[in-house]
Design a protein around this ligand. Structure first.
Ligand code: DC
Length: 233
């Protein structure tokens, strides 16, 4: 059956330019933008603030899953600017947007998201956001993720998988966050290696994904390519 809404997934490893592309697609096609990286970062912060030790050996317990229960309302977000697709992230009623972009939280999110139970839990968590579309002006949803075209919305109308060289990724992230490029490069390589080898949510393209290597393309070129693919679907 055809989806009642337009569902687009944009997957790939960290910092390949998924966010910029996703926001542009969401704005152009009036889609609700969901950033799964921010959701995982918020989950890591929630666990950390609850005193959970997050090390490479991390394993989720029933207590951790309960802390991240959708119905408790621990997580929320709202749009600050529709035009620029900027969002504020709320954890336990507090705006934590400016605590989420550090490489420390990125590493914690990467570890937490590699636990199969957390992953299963968060897949369902993200699917539940489809209900936000009811009675909303949005025509669908854009999920910016890692494996969302496989695990979350396998029925998506169109799936993109973006790739990029590590050096270009680090340069782009440095311009965004101001953190030293060498530190970012080392952190990205560590995260990518963990996420490519992990048992759950191994980053890879869906069989029916359109693969775009953004290394030598400008933002505008990537967007043009994506818009053409969406218009011609
Ligand atoms: O996209 P990001 O850098 O904000 O994501 C932070 C971490 O969260 C990333 O290193 C891995 C994890 N993540 C994930 O496992 N699955 C997703 N769909 C999104 C993020």
């Amino acid at each position: 059956m055809k989806n009642p809404y337009l569902i687009i997934t944009v997957d790939g490893t960290s910092a390949v330019g998924k966010g910029t592309l996703s926001k542009a697609i969401a704005a152009k096609y009036q889609l609700k933008y969901l950033d799964s990286g921010t959701i995982y970062r918020a989950a890591a912060l929630k666990l950390k603030n609850s005193g959970v030790q997050i090390t490479e050996q991390y394993k989720a317990t029933a207590e951790h899953l309960a802390l991240l229960d959708h119905s408790s309302g621990w997580y929320d977000f709202y749009c600050i600017s529709e035009k620029h697709q900027t969002y504020a992230t709320i954890v336990d009623g507090k705006d934590v947007s400016n605590q989420l972009s550090s490489e420390e939280i990125a590493q914690l999110a990467s570890i937490v998201s590699s636990d199969p139970q957390i992953r299963k839990h968060m897949d369902i968590f993200q699917q539940a956001f489809l209900s936000l579309l009811e009675h909303s002006p949005f025509k669908g949803v854009l999920l910016d993720g890692r494996t969302s075209g496989i695990d979350i919305f396998p029925e998506a109308d169109i799936k993109f998988f973006i790739t990029c060289s590590n050096e270009v990724k680090a340069k782009r992230r440095h311009l965004q966050t101001g953190e030293p490029e060498a530190d970012i490069l080392a952190s990205l390589i560590k995260r990518d290696a963990r996420e490519k080898l992990r048992k759950a949510g191994q980053v890879r393209p869906a069989d029916d994904a359109i693969i775009v290597d953004s290394t030598n393309l400008t933002i505008e070129e990537v967007q043009r390519l994506a818009f053409n693919a969406i218009n011609n679907r």
